[in-house]
Design a protein around this ligand. Sequence first.
Ligand code: NAI
Length: 343
Amino acid sequence: MTAPSPDSTNAQRTVSLIPGDGIGPEVLQATVRVLEAMKLPFRYEWCEAGAEVVNKYGTNLPRETVESVLRNGVALKGPTGTQVGLGLPSANVGLRKALDLYASLRPVRSVPGVKTRYENIDLVVVRENTEDLYAGLEHIVVPGVVESLKIITEKASSRIARFAFEYARRNGRKKVSAVHKANIMKLSDGLFLDCTRRVARDYPEIAYEEVIVDNLCMQLVRNPEKYDVLVMENLYGDIVSDLCAGLVGGLGLVPGGNIGEQVSVFEAVHGTAPDIAGRGLANPTALMLSAVMMLQWMKLPDQAARMQNALMKVYSEGRVRTPDLGGKATTVEFTNAVIDALA
Ligand code: NAI
């Protein structure tokens, strides 16, 4: 699998690392241990972001962190916490906007040996990452009435549609489904669909269909095998990604990449998991698979395959599992097993 990436055979070899909050430092440390065991020619630049650094910097997204990612072109990131209700805007949303990481790419695959209700799931969620209700444009009209603006533009919709079709073409995918609610949001989701339809015409070898988001959720639970590449606006993408994670065994297993024209940030779909943070129980697989995506993006396919194969070997053997998958292994024990499995 490869993501559309800049032609960077002279790829950057310094990687920005953003531990984030909650289980972020635990899963990032685990992932870096595997990368180090692989003796990759990388230098690492540790950066800060998230709720934990607000007191130090007065912001959850210090300028130095954005500059580091811009300079290096690539980052591996743990989740960052965001307060519900009032408080600072999300560091994540800030980073995606500041670096124009317009596409969120989330491959969802069954993992060998992890028993779920479904077998052989292999679908990809492509989520627009810069606009929609995530623009954060909210205000109180009068006390008791709040307005939140959903921004959809032709530029961002066409760009994400093209990303999805390019991804499908480069990775031998057969179908792109555009997910929407244009029956209700006729103008905004209508514009999104106009754009996806127009882009679809340039890819005659790839089937194109449209599906309403509520129906999609039901179909995904009944027949997930029907889907291949799903492209959607920001909020639907957020929700549908978690649903898809549930199909293959949970949030501990699903990786992601936030892709821009020149810069990309790789991070798991999951959040900071405050319920298990600091206890050594987190499953680092999702971030390790995000690192696999990063190696592919950096045009290091052999190294990516090596890391992926080690992970899949540990799962196929079934002896070492973290508690989210019914096992007893700690994050460190799981990581040791992956390092031992490196061919
Ligand atoms: P969450 O993904 O952190 O946790 C949901 C459930 O999944 C919890 O029971 C958790 O223990 C479990 N889980 C998640 N990742 C796991 C892993 N690697 N291993 C084992 N179990 C795992 O979602 P929640 O609780 O809604 O969000 C917590 C915080 O994370 C919020 O502040 C939210 O804003 C933030 N968040 C950040 C993201 C990011 O930085 N990319 C993405 C999603 C949420």
